[in-house]
Design a protein around this ligand. Structure first.
Ligand code: NAD
Length: 462
């Protein structure tokens, strides 16, 4: 039996990785590109193993696995390789008069040895994409995938070492004990994806060593639906963003809808129609919906529906199969603000709808809660759109669609407040794992005598 991964093993592993980092190996452009290309090759060659693992962990539909995990991870590799030379270049900035003559540059520098702790819901992409950023920025990196997605987690330990330089890139599998042993070590950056409760544990552990963190957390991402919309298109985009994203188990899946009292009946009819069109009359039988990840999360979701405060509020769905860990797409209308489902992040196939008198009232509803990771608005009204952008505070927003902002590598992806700190994707991933070192360079000319003591009264008058 292999020895438990405890503090001693964690410490010796970090020591080895620090040695590799200090040798300078990870800093070269060639090393970085070689690793990134190797990861891309792994994604291509192991596509079937990856989809099988995701199916085993979540019954994730094969097409969804490809679209949302495999192809996005591959694009992240390609995008980094394509742009890396440019990203690694020092950025020349203007010289200040006070330092004349001089040249000034911002030089990106790898942090060193970094830790990536990942979550279960997109266990392949959420593990690899930060690792890609860490490598692109020239770090040694340890990946700790989520134990809640065991097939994907063990796949990483089986396949990644065959492709990458294991003197600098490692995978550690495990749950709380192993993660705790990792968190006791001194890292140069920690990148954590998951819930805010553990986010606090990660941040506290990091504080001991003054280690900077990126926390990719969650929250209740609202969808505001105005009446001035193309209802058919809007509904399809809401449904696919909710149930077509891991059956609602996605950090930026719509968590709840806000619409006006007068428009709610139309919207509800359209949602019901679309849901039936996409997932059939018995969605528990649909192969296009992921299952709930495990019985703990199933129980958590069942509790949200059992809450007395939402009794009589289910207007569609609600069917469950505990043995198969399946819950049908479920709509709830006019749930009270103090119900459990409006207090917690849903992270599953339940979609509460709350109503307001005027659509503008929805902004105050959102801003009265913790800042969400994403916020969505459906409207043709440009003034309303502008007010939404100006008024609503959240990690990122998307107008007239859901979730797609994540797929633009030119946009930073991350939260604010309770939904996280820091961001990544595209160049932002490189930046997340780079220190921006200020470098000012001068020659020996340009002496100004007034700078040096003694500070005579003549000098002070100058
Ligand atoms: P999870 O249970 O997989 O936990 C995340 C990681 O934390 C795992 O690697 C786990 O081993 C580790 N962990 C758990 N308990 C720990 C402890 N006590 N000490 C140290 N480490 C510990 O995932 P989760 O938290 O259930 O993920 C769901 C949450 O993550 C939701 O809130 C969701 O919105 C959020 N999320 C955010 C993003 C994003 O990109 N912002 C992406 C996915 C999920």
């Amino acid at each position: 039996m292999a020895a438990a991964f405890d503090g001693e093993r964690a410490s010796s592993m970090v020591g080895e990785l620090r040695g590799s980092f200090n040798s300078g190996r990870t800093r070269s452009y060639d090393w970085r590109v070689k690793q990134l290309k190797a990861i891309e090759k792994m994604i291509v060659e192991k596509e079937k193993d990856i989809t099988d693992a995701l199916f085993s962990d979540l019954s994730k539909p094969q097409f969804e696995s490809f679209l949302h995990e495999i192809s996005l991870a591959k694009s992240a590799c390609q995008f980094s390789v394509k742009n890396l030379k440019k990203w690694m270049k020092p950025e020349k900035v203007p010289a200040a008069l006070a330092t004349y003559p001089s040249s000034a540059n911002i030089v990106p520098e790898p942090f060193g040895v970094v830790l990536v702790i990942s979550a279960w819901n997109y266990p392949f992409l959420l593990s690899l994409e930060p690792v890609i950023g860490a490598i692109a920025a020239g770090n040694s990196v340890v990946l700790k995938p989520s134990e809640i997605a065991p097939a994907t987690s063990s796949l990483f330990t089986r396949i990644l070492p065959d492709y990458v330089d294991t003197s600098c890139i490692r995978v550690v599998e495990g749950a709380v004990a192993e993660t705790t042993a990792l968190l006791e070590q001194k890292w140069d950056k920690i990148f954590y994806t998951g819930n805010a409760k553990v986010g606090r544990i990660v941040m506290a552990a990091a504080a001991k060593h003054l280690t900077p963190v990126v926390l990719e957390l969650g929250g209740k991402s609202p969808v505001v639906v105005d009446s001035d919309i193309d209802l058919k298109v809007a509904t399809k985009r809401i449904v696919v963003g909710k149930w077509g994203c891991n059956n609602g188990q996605a950090c930026i899946a719509p968590d709840y809808i806000i619409t006006t009292k007068s428009f709610a009946p139309k919207l509800v009819e359209s949602l019901k129609f679309t849901l039936e069109k996409f997932y059939g009359k018995d969605p528990l039988e649909s192969e296009d919906l992921s299952r709930i990840v495990n019985s703990n999360h199933f129980g958590r979701l069942a509790k949200l529906l059992d809450d007395d405060k939402v009794s009589g509020k289910i207007i569609y769905g609600g069917k469950q199969n505990e043995k198969q860990l399946k819950i049908a797409p479920t709509l709830l209308l006019d749930v009270p603000e103090n119900s459990l489902i409006m207090k917690e992040e849903v992270f599953g196939p339940l979609l509460p709808i709350i109503t307001v008198d005027k659509i503008d009232d929805s902004f105050a509803v959102i801003n009265s809660r913790s800042k969400p990771l994403a916020a969505y608005l459906f409207t043709k009204n440009k003034k309303l759109e502008r007010r939404f952008v100006e008024t609503v505070s959240c990690g990122g927003m998307l107008i007239n669609d859901t979730t797609l902002h994540l797929a633009n590598p030119y946009l930073p992806f991350g939260g604010i407040g309770e939904s996280g700190t820091g961001s990544y994707h595209g160049k932002f991933s490189f930046d997340a794992f780079s220190h921006r070192k200020a470098v000012l360079s001068r020659g020996f000319g340009g002496e100004v005598g007034a700078r040096y003591p003694p500070y005579t009264s003549r000098k002070q008058k100058m």
